[in-house]
Design a protein around this ligand. Structure first.
Ligand code: IPE
Ligand code: IPE
Ligand code: MG
Length: 246
């Protein structure tokens, strides 16, 4: 078998949390096959499965996938509808695998804005896997970082107003506790596919010191090998957090 970059990965220096902006489904379908955008979204499910599997196999405890942004609601209704149908179907099909692999499904974002069938399916899958310990797979759905920070700010203000919270006790840790990622460490590595080099309103607070990795591969072309490349690249970096390393 051809040697994989997996062999070069230092298993003692793995990131704890990887966040991914899964981008390029539409362009992949159009450029490679002359097909519509939905064809690309459907093919993207395989890359989700491979990435999740690779994480679980390596023992990376947190994976957070950007699946649908607040701004994505502005796409044509047919595409939004088809994406929601794909989400329902994928959750139905994949939950069993997640459960058997001891993976907890989690969601961040304004999930109450999802169609009822989608919301119900998501809650059911999250409930079913809630005690799983090996890994947490978080889907960012109807998510944007500015939405998240706005919601956190409102709840902090309410707690100050009701006397539950002192203004002086507001610090970075407290703000963190009001975010939807309160129980997840900050991402060590953020991967974006499709060649775009932007953040698109994803985890703005949490990626303050994340390492960024951009690949020209479109999301449906992403696979375990590409994922290992990203981790290997990450392991060559020196994380300084503003300090000077000796
Ligand atoms: C990412 O692929 C999936 C979602 C944003 C839902 P895109 O749909 O953004 O595909 P491109 O970037 O237009 O090619
Ligand atoms: C970001 O991709 C959102 C998701 C991957 C869900 P977009 O395709 O929506 O972002 P832009 O429009 O290229 O910034
Ligand atoms: Mg895109």
């Amino acid at each position: 078998m051809a040697s994989s970059i997996l062999d070069k990965i230092d298993k003692d220096k793995l990131p704890k949390h990887i966040a991914v902006i899964m981008d390029g489904n539409g362009r992949w379908a159009k450029e490679r096959f002359g097909r519509n955008r939905m064809f690309g979204h459907a093919k993207g499910v395989k890359a989700v499965r491979e990435t999740t599997e690779a994480c679980a196999e390596l023992g990376i405890p947190y994976l957070t996938l950007y699946a649908f942004s607040t701004e994505n609601w502005g796409r044509p209704v047919e595409e939004v509808g088809a994406l929601m149908d794909l989400l329902i179907k994928t959750i139905q099909v994949e939950t069993k695998q997640l459960y058997e692999n001891n993976i907890r499904l989690n969601a961040i974002g304004n999930i109450e804005s999802l169609p009822k069938k989608c919301y119900d399916g998501l809650i059911e899958a999250m409930n079913k896997t809630k005690d799983n310990q090996h890994m947490t797979l978080t889907l960012a759905l109807s998510y944007s970082a500015r939405w998240e920070i706005t919601e956190a700010t409102k709840r902090i203000a309410q707690d100050v107003q009701s006397g539950k919270l002192e203004v002086d006790s507001i610090n970075e840790q407290l703000i963190n506790n009001y975010l939807s990622t309160w129980n997840i460490p900050d991402p060590d590595l953020l991967i974006r596919t499709s060649g775009e080099q932007r953040i698109s309103n994803y985890l703005l607070w949490q990626i303050a010191y994340s390492e960024l990795y951009f690949t020209p591969k479109y999301w449906p072309e992403f696979n375990k090998e590409e994922f290992y490349k990203a981790i290997y690249d990450y392991q060559q970096r020196e994380r300084r957090y503003g300090k000077v390393l000796q």
